[in-house]
Design a protein around this ligand. Structure first.
Ligand SMILES: NC(=O)c1ccc[n+]([C@@H]2O[C@H](COP(=O)([O-])OP(=O)(O)OC[C@H]3O[C@@H](n4cnc5c(N)ncnc54)[C@H](O)[C@@H]3O)[C@@H](O)[C@H]2O)c1
Length: 320
């Protein structure tokens, strides 16, 4: 199959591209920058179109020329609190432009990469200490601008799904960790990746607080597998949204212990309490992944130990 991936040079996109190529598919990337550092190993095998998803005419021309059967839409703006206007333009307007281009070019399916940030903060039974899993039918009441734009983009997807022949589906990722994140992002959202990547390269890392907090964390290779699974499914998706979850909420302390099993000399400290990422509202939560499993037979392939081993091997091979 021929697929187009927006944001294919980013963290999740680079692994999605590898997953699709590995399964023998043809991939074109639409990106607003030409930095191929995260896909160096496969850059020769993809067509790269440099362009802005917010430019509807340019995008429609690109989609009409590339003629993909499916568009996987990962391009997004993440610094949303400081730049709400850009966040709304790229995340909501850009998603609308992708859908409109898909309709114009007769694309069969658009897979949108959404987030657990669309839900309400995890309080009561969904928060510490019970972490009762949140299902796709639970309330969407995002509080941050990132979640607000992701929820609005899901609504745009749903509208196009109802009002065109394009199959529109959104995947809500749990907290993603894995190779590439430290190159692309910075700050507390990198906590889980930093806990592995810095000790694996001989550097120290301290999580000041939050050892008791649990979160549903998912390895980036599982994210790529889930995206490919939905993009390539022969039948139209039955729902407009699916949680893509790691399967259980893991405490920061247990995660650190798992890292020490792989890197016994790890200079890794974890303070007690909750809220390791010092978020204003709690988005540490467990997501119910039943819908993905029942409909697509998808489950994560990497438990925490396997993910840490794989991640460490990649860090070591990069250093050698
Ligand atoms: N924790 C996570 O990583 C996580 C969790 C949930 C959902 N998501 C979603 O997954 C997707 C990818 O996230 P990521 O972590 O790989 O981000 P990323 O920033 O690494 O990748 C996004 C890519 O989109 C490109 N892009 C941005 N604006 C563009 C524009 N206007 N036109 C064309 N390209 C543009 C960027 O150049 C970048 O390569 C996003 O939609 C994000 O919201 C990520």
């Amino acid at each position: 199959m021929r697929l187009m991936v927006t944001g294919g040079l980013g963290v999740n996109g680079s692994w999605v591209v590898r997953e699709l190529l590995g399964r023998g598919h043809e991939v074109a990337i639409v990106e607003n920058r030409a930095d191929t550092s995260l896909i160096e190993d496969v850059a020769e095998k993809v067509e790269l179109v440099v362009g802005d998803i917010c430019d509807g005419e340019e995008l429609t021309r690109a989609v009409s020329r590339l003629r993909p059967e499916c568009i996987i839409h990962l391009a997004a703006f993440v610094d949303c609190e400081s730049n709400p206007g850009t966040a709304i333009s790229v995340n909501v307007g850009g998603t609308a432009a992708v859908c409109a281009a898909a309709v114009a070019a007769g694309v069969r399916r658009v897979v949108y990469t959404s987030s657990k940030a669309v839900y309400a903060p995890a309080t009561g039974k969904h928060g510490f200490p019970a972490y009762e899993p949140i299902s796709e039918d639970d309330d969407l009441r995002p509080v941050g601008m990132y979640g607000i734009t992701k929820a609005a983009a899901e609504n745009v997807m749903e509208w196009y799904g109802r009002n065109s022949a394009v199959e529109c589906v959104s995947l809500r990722f749990a907290t993603v960790f894995g190779p590439g994140r430290l190159q692309r992002h910075s700050g507390p959202i990198n906590t889980y990746s930093s806990m592995i990547e810095l000790p694996a390269s001989g550097r120290a890392f301290t999580v000041e607080q939050g050892g008791d907090e649990r979160d549903d964390i998912i390895y980036v290779l599982d994210v790529a597998d889930a995206v490919a699974c939905v993009a390539l499914a022969p039948e139209p998706p039955r729902h407009h949204a699916y949680n893509v979850a790691g399967g259980r909420a893991v405490s920061v302390r247990d995660f650190a212990d798992a890292i020490r099993r792989v890197i016994p000399e790890a200079a890794l400290e974890v303070g007690p309490g909750l809220n390791p990422m010092k978020m204003e509202a709690s988005y540490y939560m467990a997501l119910d992944g039943t819908r993905m499993e029942e409909e697509f037979g998808w489950r994560p392939r990497y438990d925490v130990d396997r993910a840490i081993r794989h991640y460490c091997e990649l860090v070591k091979s990069r250093l050698s």
